[in-house]
Structures are given as structure tokens and as C-alpha cells.
Design a binder for this molecule. Structure first.
Ligand SMILES: NC(=O)C1=CN([C@@H]2O[C@H](COP(=O)(O)OP(=O)(O)OC[C@H]3O[C@@H](n4cnc5c(N)ncnc54)[C@H](O)[C@@H]3O)[C@@H](O)[C@H]2O)C=CC1
Ligand SMILES: O=C(O)C(=O)COP(=O)(O)O
Length: 530
């Protein structure tokens, strides 16, 4: 597999990818057409904040399985486009949190004590002791906007340094905030009470320019620290507020456009301390995020759960072995259902009975959807299957019951068109032995693999022999077969054949021409076959 890396990551991550046998190509200058060219045969792309991964990248990369973000923020990745193309996007949300929170604390001190300004003058030979009278953090109020992973680590550290903490985060509970010693308040309150305001939200349409002139005026003094994302704080407004004395100072690690242009207004203001997006730049953080992404890429290639996938169902690593056998089974049941039911599919129901009902089955349901959609020749995988269902107006339901009559675990995929529905049930016997045990209400025992012929016929003597000899005469070998009838002798029956060879259309037509045969469907369960 080819892994293209377009932003510098720690050697430990590159090494891990190579040790797993992948070809690792680093190209830190790739952008525009060069990026599209470089990614065209890549199976994975690794980025940090320096690469813009937009729709054109996904269009240019037909073999791409995963984009790994060696860090937290994914505002540079078009996740919707990734999902449309069935590409996983995963980040490393833990590895650089301590680095980012320490940098935030450092930036707060740097601004409060004018460390960079005094440093620069002393290096120039000037002893400007009398020009700097700083502010202590101790005893002041810290306002945190966004009390997520980084915000919480900042809270812990600055609580320890004697600050009172208020926080604004509409998505977390009072209890969690209180455990951190923070008082959860409204946005306006947070701005008004903060002596130091620190921002830790992701950049989203909702948070873009969250803090601008009016908000800075509400602060009416004090310091603003932004180690989250440039676009969250309006740069012109911040530069003006520090320049005109609305604020005492600011410290900024991140910018709306990076690398920052020399005419960015923040660079011109003396009391704005800046760093070039260094929040995550510690060796420990870089090693953490790079190895985490390498592991996730490997998992994606092996069709194992990707721990921090942002657009695919993720599964707890310890639970994965229990659901793994059902992934293929559900996919196959979906494939069989979709191929047996005529008409436009308008609903898919996946039912879990017995032990499997106790598991986190999102990924199994996504696999069932993949199976349903694949015969319709949509470019589908477990990443985009739920979205495809939604876009096509297909009603997807999932139900669970711990009771299972005959099997330890049973997964049923029911596909419906506007008039009728058809169910396919699968189970897993001990020793990795998957079986389809019911099709459209008939009890069967079919191996969910390879080529399959499903015939509906009248239950009269000689039909099975007839089907067998037509197949035999056409050199189609029967590997296994199972016949089931719905009620009494003479009614309808269903026969399932596992076959070794392809069944040409003429053979199907020859079977269908016999009046005892109601319908014959030839299914391929593992890709196309000839
Ligand atoms: N400077 C650097 O090098 C680094 C920057 N970051 C950035 O720091 C930021 C925070 O990262 P994490 O804490 O890991 O993210 P997180 O997802 O753990 O936390 C974000 C928090 O913001 C809250 N939030 C969302 N919308 C909000 C709104 N409108 N108002 C108030 N709160 C809102 C969420 O509820 C959540 O609690 C991200 O933007 C990330 O990209 C992270 C690491 C390094
Ligand atoms: O993880 C994040 O969100 C960061 O901002 C770190 O960015 P970087 O990996 O240093 O480009």
C-alpha cells in the first residue's frame, strides 16, 4: 500500500508504516496539481494542518482508503467529500493535548509578562527593566471558551496556578465543568468576567469569528489567548482591540491563513505575542500523533476498526473480535436480499437477536447496507453506505432483541420495496462457520460465499433433479444444495445451490422455461465472476 505524507510527521510514525510493509512517500511541498498527481495512486494520505484536503483531492485519488490527520483539527479536510468518496478520515485527538495546553499556559504568561518583547530588546543589548510591569495570573479569572480536551487540560493547569475559572461551552454539562473547578457560564458572562480569555473550540461555521469587536469590547481589558484556530477570532478586530487599548494584550499561535502573510495585522501590534502554530510541536506530541495515525492506517488497510474515524462507525478494539464474524455475514445477507428482491429498494432493516444484540453493531449495520447497495453498483463501503441510504431516501432501521429462538446470535437483513419485503438471516456457528439460515422465510443452510443459485419452484417430484441436470449439462458443478418448502407438499419451495462455476444467462433461461420453476436468481457474493 502506498502512503503519501504531505506534512512533516515524526520518524516514529514513518518507521511504523514502513515496518508494516507499506511504501511511504513524503512530499512536503505538494500542493495544487502536484498534490493531485502525488495522491493519484495513494492508498492513504497523512497530513497535519498544512495540507488542504478538498474535494479535488478525493476525486484525484481513486484508491484512497483513509486520510490520517496527525493531530486534532480537521478543518483543513472536507469530511463530507471524503464520506461521499468512501474515504475514512481519522485524527489523533489525544496525543498533542498536553502540548497544546502547555503552550496555551506559556502564551498566557508570555503575554502577561511581555517575555518575547523584553527578550528581543535584551538580545539587542537594551536593558529595558523599567518598561515592563506585568500582570500575575494568580488570583485572576480565566475564561475558557470550549471546555473540550485541551480546554480541560488548560483549566487543570491554571486552576493549580491560582486562577478562578469560568467556562462557556454549550455542549458540556455543569457537572463535568464543576469537577474541573470551572463555573459554566453564558458566553457574555464569560467574556465580561475573564481577565484572561482562552479559546479552545474547533473551527466550524458556528465558531468562525465567534470573537470579534463586540465580544472584545465586552472583555474590556485583559488578555486573549488563541491556540485553537485562527478563524475563531477575527484578526482585524483583535489587532485593533490591542492597539486601541480595549485589551492589554494577546497571544496568538494560529492564524486564519497559514503560513501567515507578513502583512497580517496581528504581526504589527507590539502587545500581540505570536508563535507560528507551535502548540503541538513537542517531540512527545509528534511521536504520539504520528504513531497513532500509522496504527489507524494499518487498521484501515486490514479492515479493522479505525479508532478515531470521524466519518465511519468506530468499534471498541476489545469488542471487535466479537462483531468481526458478523461483518461479512451481514454484508452477504444484504447482497442476497438486494439481488432477490425486484424493484427499487426503499427500506432496509437490520435485526440482531441473541448475544450479538448486546454489542455495538453500527459497523455491522453499515456492512449490511454496503451489501445491499453493492449489487446496485453504487460505489459503496461501510463509510459512505449510511449517507448513501439517507441521500436516496432509503429508510434504515436497526432493532435488537436478546431473545433468539434457535441460534446463539442471528442477524437478519430485510430489504423492502414499496410493495413487499424479503428477509435473509445469517448466523455464525462455532469455529468461524458462517451460514445463511433463512431466506424469505424458508429455512435453508447455505454457505455465504461465492456463486449461488436461488430457485423458487413448485414442490413437485423431479424438479430438483431437473435443475441438477441442467446445471450439470452446462458444466456447472454443485458444491452444496439445500431445499426447503414453505408448507405442505405441492406448495412452493425454495432451493439454494452453492456453485463452483459461473451460470450463464442462457442456463438461467433454460431453467425458467420449465413451468415448474417460478423464478431463478443467480447471485455472486464475492465480486464479479466469469
Ligand atoms: N495550536 C495547536 O497546535 C493546536 C490546536 N488545537 C486546536 O485546539 C482546539 C481544541 O481542541 P480539542 O480540545 O482537542 O477539541 P475538543 O473537540 O476536545 O473540544 C472542543 C470543545 O469546544 C466546544 N465547542 C464547540 N463549539 C463551541 C461553541 N460554539 N462555543 C463554545 N464551545 C464550543 C465543544 O463542545 C468541545 O467541548 C481545536 O481547534 C484544535 O484544532 C489542538 C491541538 C494543537
Ligand atoms: O492538532 C491540531 O489541531 C493542531 O493544530 C496541530 O497542528 P499541526 O499538526 O502542528 O499542524
Amino acid at each position: 500500500m502506498k502512503v503519501l505524507v504531505t506534512d512533516p510527521i515524526a520518524d516514529a510514525g514513518l518507521e511504523r508504516l514502513r515496518e508494516s510493509g507499506h511504501e511511504v512517500v513524503t512530499d512536503y511541498d505538494a500542493e495544487g496539481d502536484a498534490l493531485l498527481e502525488a495522491v493519484s495512486d495513494a492508498n492513504a494520505l497523512v497530513v497535519r494542518s498544512g495540507t488542504e484536503v478538498d474535494e479535488t483531492v478525493f476525486e484525484a485519488a481513486p484508491n484512497l482508503v483513509i486520510v490520517g490527520r496527525a493531530g486534532i483539527g480537521v478543518d483543513n479536510i472536507d469530511i463530507d467529500a471524503a464520506t461521499d468518496h468512501g474515504v475514512i478520515v481519522a485524527n489523533a485527538p489525544e496525543g498533542n493535548v498536553r502540548a497544546a495546553s502547555e503552550h496555551t499556559v506559556a502564551m498566557a504568561f508570555a503575554a502577561a509578562r511581555s517575555i518575547p518583547q523584553a527578550h528581543a530588546r535584551l538580545k539587542d543589548g537594551e536593558w529595558a527593566k523599567g518598561d515592563y510591569l506585568g500582570t500575575e495570573l494568580n488570583g485572576k479569572t480565566l475564561g475558557i471558551v470550549g471546555l473540550g480536551r485541551v480546554g480541560q487540560e488548560v483549566a487543570k493547569r491554571l486552576d493549580g496556578l491560582g486562577m478562578d475559572i469560568v467556562a462557556y461551552d454549550p455542549y458540556i454539562g455543569q457537572e463535568r465543568a464543576e469537577r474541573l473547578g470551572a463555573e459554566l457560564v453564558e458566553f457574555k458572562d464569560c467574556l465580561e468576567r475573564a481577565d484572561f480569555l482562552t479559546v479552545h473550540t474547533p473551527l466550524t461555521p458556528e465558531t468562525e469569528d465567534l470573537i470579534s469587536t463586540d465580544e472584545l469590547e465586552l472583555m474590556g481589558g485583559g488578555y486573549l489567548v488563541n491556540c485553537a484556530r485562527g478563524g475563531v477570532v477575527d484578526e482585524d478586530a483583535l489587532a485593533a482591540a490591542v492597539e486601541n487599548g480595549t485589551l492589554d494584550g494577546a497571544a496568538v499561535d494560529v492564524f486564519a491563513d497559514e503560513p501567515v502573510s507578513p502583512d497580517n495585522p496581528l504581526l504589527a501590534v507590539e502587545d500581540v505575542v505570536v508563535t507560528p502554530h507551535l502548540g503541538a510541536s513537542t517531540s512527545a506530541a509528534q511521536e504520539n500523533v504520528a504513531t497513532s495515525i500509522a496504527d489507524q492506517i494499518d487498521a484501515a488497510f486490514n479492515e479493522e476498526p479505525v479508532m478515531n474515524a470521524l466519518n465511519a462507525p468506530s468499534v471498541d478494539e476489545s469488542a471487535f473480535p466479537r462483531i468481526r464474524p458478523y461483518l461479512d455475514l451481514a454484508e452477504t445477507a444484504g447482497k442476497i436480499g438486494a439481488q432477490l428482491l425486484d424493484g427499487r429498494i426503499s427500506s432496509v432493516e437490520v435485526t440482531y437477536e441473541g448475544d450479538i444484540a448486546d454489542e455495538d453493531v453500527d459497523l455491522v449495520t453499515a456492512s449490511a447496507l454496503k451489501g445491499v447497495f453493492e449489487p446496485l453498483e453504487w460505489q459503496v463501503n461501510a463509510v459512505n453506505a449510511p449517507k448513501i441510504a439517507e441521500e436516496r431516501g432509503i429508510d434504515v432501521t436497526e432493532s435488537k432483541t436478546m431473545q433468539s429462538e434457535d441460534f446463539q446470535s442471528l442477524v437478519t437483513v430485510t430489504v423492502g420495496n414499496d410493495e413487499e419485503s424479503l428477509s435473509v438471516c445469517g448466523t455464525q456457528f462455532a469455529g468461524d462457520d458462517p451460514r445463511i439460515v433463512r431466506i424469505d422465510g424458508y429455512r435453508v443452510d447455505a454457505i455465504p460465499h461465492g456463486r449461488m443459485l436461488v430457485a423458487r419452484n413448485y414442490d413437485t417430484p423431479g424438479v430438483i433433479g431437473f435443475i441438477g441436470s441442467v446445471l450439470g449439462d452446462n458444466d456447472v458443478n454443485i458444491a452444496g444444495m439445500f431445499n426447503a418448502r414453505r408448507a405442505d407438499e405441492g406448495g412452493e419451495a425454495l432451493t439454494v445451490y452453492n456453485l463452483d462455476n459461473h451460470v450463464p444467462d442462457e442456463v438461467r433461461e433454460e431453467l425458467l422455461a420449465d413451468e415448474r420453476i417460478i423464478d431463478v436468481k443467480y447471485l455472486t457474493l464475492n465480486g464479479t465472476d466469469e
